[in-house]
Design a protein around this ligand. Structure first.
Ligand SMILES: Cc1ncc(C[n+]2csc(CCOP(=O)(O)OP(=O)(O)O)c2C)c(N)n1
Ligand SMILES: [Mg+2]
Length: 309
């Protein structure tokens, strides 16, 4: 059975409240699909998608009230991937969740595909915002959270932003407004991998500029409730999401400590893998590493439901 067949079989089966073991397995499957899709397309970003893959898996399989059969449901929770260059991670997770066929990932970045290099909400049902020009995703999130309040709708709004991205001034205009309006159904998740697009070696890793320092303190200074978590640990992510939902009166920022390229040894922490296409031998090595991780959590690709940890 191919990966695509295995994952299509699973698609849509797991929804809110997945077990931690299941989330771990889905993260591994998502990483496999991300790499395979970029290889097939001959283009795309690797580091950013692998960095936010666990956050997206946790959102779509454990948190968001969404319905793949009714992607336009007015009461659905909203999710905006503001760092739109990581689109393939979102597409892989949406496919695993049943919003599109897993096989369609093979069309990633093709001219007539619904899966553009950057998310196009007019092309693919299930996308809540078109993104790609960095800095612009938190503002519509503020509008959605305000819209929910004004219309009396119960949904929550989640926005994933990159740590390099939050250097954009528009993020802080949105942050200022969200706090002023007390939008407590809004959560911004900072993918804090401490790397933007380029980098030069330095003792702390590859970075061209100083990583954005203390995003937690910055969001607090703007009037937000802010917490931190390990952005690759599903229990920690779940706890941070719980904290965001439980906090009244302020929007929450979750600073998720992540690793760019997470899960693939040769890509981790290396800015060169921001946007580099894996070769066939890269794919093979990555597959071996992912298989080993799957075996380590007692799984077999695409098979079975796990126990909660
Ligand atoms: C306004 C704008 N400027 C530049 C870019 C090109 N660009 C794409 S990704 C990226 C780096 C983003 O870094 P970060 O937000 O840290 O994302 P991640 O590390 O998760 O890839 C840049 C500069 C862009 N998409 N939009
Ligand atoms: Mg980054």
């Amino acid at each position: 059975m191919t990966i695509a067949e295995q994952t299509d079989e699973r698609a849509g089966r797991t929804g809110e409240g997945a077990s931690l073991a299941e989330l771990d397995r889905l993260s591994i499957e998502a990483r496999r699909l991300i790499l395979q899709s970029i290889h097939t397309a001959g283009a795309g970003h690797v580091g950013g998608p692998l960095s936010c893959a666990d956050l997206l898996v946790n959102l779509y399989f454990d948190r968001l009230r969404v319905d793949p059969a009714n992607p336009g449901w007015p009461e659905r929770d909203r999710c905006i991937l503001s760092k739109g260059h990581s689109s393939i991670a979102l597409y892989a997770v949406l496919a695993l969740r049943g919003f599109l066929p897993v096989a369609e990932l093979a069309t990633f970045d093709a001219a007539d595909s619904r899966l553009q290099g950057h998310p196009d909400m007019t092309a693919l049902p299930g996308l809540d915002m078109s993104t790609g020009s960095l800095g612009q995703g938190l503002s519509p999130g503020v509008g959605m959270a305000l819209g929910a309040r004004l219309r009396g709708l119960p949904f929550r709004t989640w926005v994933i932003v990159g740590d390099g991205e939050i250097q954009e001034g528009q993020i802080w205009e949105a942050a200022f407004t969200a706090a002023r309006l007390g939008l407590d159904t809004l959560c911004a998740i900072v993918d804090y991998n401490r790397l933007p697009q380029f980098g030069w070696p330095d003792p702390g890793g590859f970075t061209r500029t100083e990583p954005v320092d203390d995003p937690t303190g910055k969001f607090r200074a703007f009037g937000w409730h802010a917490v931190e978590c390990d952005g690759h640990d599903h229990a920690a992510i779940r706890a941070a999401f719980d904290a965001a939902e439980a906090h009244p009166g302020q929007p929450t920022c979750i600073v998720a400590h992540t690793v760019k390229g997470k899960g693939i040894s040769f890509a981790e922490g290396d800015y060169l893998w921001h946007a580099k296409v894996p070769t066939a031998s890269d794919l093979e090595l990555a597959g071996t590493e992912l298989d080993a991780r799957l075996a380590g959590i007692g799984g077999e690709a695409g098979v079975g439901q796990g126990e909660d940890a």
